[in-house]
Design a protein around this ligand. Structure first.
Ligand SMILES: Nc1nc2c(ncn2[C@@H]2O[C@H](COP(=O)(O)OP(=O)(O)O)[C@@H](O)[C@H]2O)c(=O)[nH]1
Ligand SMILES: [Mg+2]
Length: 193
């Protein structure tokens, strides 16, 4: 998809601020630093629309990006940032859950994991929460540039075996850094807009 005019609609700190129109919301979920904000920038072909950071876990807000008045990309705060206190981590968890419960227009959750690591306990909790609540979901295995091209598909399959042995969820590799594999990702997303 060729995106023409992506813009930040609002950084919501409470549900009152969620957009009230009926545009579908495509939501990025994943631990801090997995590349959610970079993924948004890559999809919409902008360097700095979504703020990326090498210092994760800073902000507790939900950024709604209006994509050509067709849909929203929703950037959630990351969970599981180890330098955060237990209580802070719990607050972030509740904040994410509140959005997932209260938003009426979630059409797809894009769950990001890192190709180099097995899913963490927090990843598994979040992933199971998504499935238990019947959200449509696809898994993006990000940072694929960190592996040799010949190993990427094997590792994606490996991670799918761990999280989704039934193989009824789409798993796709991506590199937000190098902008590779994104055509296939767009193809999948467009089914939900
Ligand atoms: N090598 C590589 N680095 C990435 C990729 N995606 C994101 N990063 C880096 O990972 C860090 C965290 O990215 P960010 O998008 O802020 O993660 P977020 O916390 O999930 O939003 C940044 O330093 C990015 O440059 C990727 O596909 N490959
Ligand atoms: Mg981010």
């Amino acid at each position: 998809m060729l995106v023409k005019n992506p813009k930040l609609k609002i950084s919501a700190v409470s549900p009152k601020q969620y957009p009230t129109n009926n545009l579908p919301q495509i939501v990025l979920v994943g631990k801090s630093n997995v590349g959610k904000s970079s993924f948004i920038n890559t999809l919409v072909n902008r360097k700095k629309l979504a703020r990326t950071s090498s210092e994760p876990g800073k902000t507790r807000q939900i950024n709604f990006y209006d994509i050509d008045n067709k849909f929203y990309l929703v950037d959630l705060p990351g969970y599981g940032f180890s330098k955060m206190s237990k209580i802070e981590q719990e607050k972030v968890g509740n904040f994410i859950e509140e959005y997932l419960q209260k938003s009426k227009n979630i059409s797809l959750i894009i769950f990001l994991i890192d190709i180099r690591h097995n899913p963490t306990e927090n990843d598994k909790l979040m992933y199971n929460y998504i499935l238990k609540n019947n959200f449509p979901c696809m898994v993006i295995v990000n940072k694929a540039d960190k592996l040799a091209v010949t190993k990427v598909l094997n590792e994606v399959e490996n991670l799918q075996k761990i999280l989704n042995p039934l193989k009824d969820i789409t798993f796709l590799p991506c590199s937000s850094e190098r902008k590779i594999y994104t055509d296939r990702v767009w193809e999948e997303i467009e089914k939900y807009i």
